[in-house]
Design a binder for this molecule. Structure first.
Ligand code: PGA
Length: 255
């Protein structure tokens, strides 16, 4: 089955066990069209990965992690080893989310190492990039986004190797995350088109097939116009992914 879009819920530090139970029951009742063009992912808190893997049953949902370690394994208290995530049944990991970059000080160097480590453990990577409001207002959006892409993918210490859809980019303007302010479809498309140019220049034809997700206050009311843009291949969604009804509406939204 050829998938055209990818919709990923980033649950962040939300959802208790009982809320997860309700989420999947409701999702089942509301109904997601798993045969549509939308590939679906959910990234719960690490301690709920197994629960979610059990709850997805025969649905088409892929479960992933919100971050992972740059190291293969060993004495790194609190960290998540990609190969263990893979063995558990996870399909992907987010890397470089703006909350990881700003709150936990993740650097491009670490993001490059994490990306290399996850891909070499056969875990798909959703690499998150995006500018702050200050950077946008200073006219530096493209410069910032390109430097994050280069830092993670082409100018880091570790070589990044992948095949097919193992790598996905999520453009998430920091000023739009959790604020209710969405980039307009045109604002988002402008950046996505530049990201596409970079990916094609770097990876040739393979760069055309890399999914580029938009994130930042995506909700049922704005998802269709975002997906209608030629270089927006889906969404990375925080708030609106927590309730099964709105997540189902996002997953069922295709062009
Ligand atoms: P939001 O979060 O949808 O709540 O803005 C998106 C994200 O941080 O991935």
């Amino acid at each position: 089955m050829t998938r055209k879009y990818l919709m990923v819920g980033n649950w962040k530090m939300n959802q208790t066990l009982s809320e997860i139970d309700t989420f999947f029951k409701t999702l089942n009742e509301v109904g997601v069209k798993y045969s549509c063009d939308m590939k679906i992912g959910i990234a719960p808190q690490a301690m709920h990965l197994s629960t979610c893997l059990n709850k997805i049953g025969t649905t088409d949902i892929v479960i992933g992690s919100q971050t992972c370690s740059e190291y293969e394994g060993g004495a790194y208290t609190g960290e998540l080893a990609p190969k263990a995530l893979k063995e558990l049944g996870c399909g992907f990991t987010l890397i470089g989310h703006s909350e990881r970059r700003t709150i936990y000080g993740e650097t491009d160097k670490e993001i490059n190492a994490k990306t290399a480590n996850a891909l070499s453990s056969d875990l798909d990577v959703i690499l998150c990039i995006g500018e702050t409001l200050e950077e946008r207002e200073a006219g530096k959006t493209i410069e910032v986004v390109m430097s994050q892409l280069e830092g993670a993918l082409t100018k880091g210490e570790k070589a990044i190797e992948f095949t097919g859809n193992q790598l996905t980019i999520a453009y998430e303007p920091v000023w739009a995350i959790g604020t209710g302010k969405t980039a307009s479809p045109e604002q988002a498309e402008e950046v996505h088109a530049e990201i596409r140019k970079f990916l094609k220049a770097t990876y040739g034809d393979a760069g055309q097939d890399i999914f580029i997700l938009y994130g930042g206050s995506v909700k049922p009311a704005n998802v269709k116009e975002l997906l209608a843009q030629p270089n927006i291949d889906g969404g990375l969604v925080g708030g609106a992914s927590l309730e099964a009804e709105s997540f189902a509406a996002l997953c069922n939204a295709t062009k």
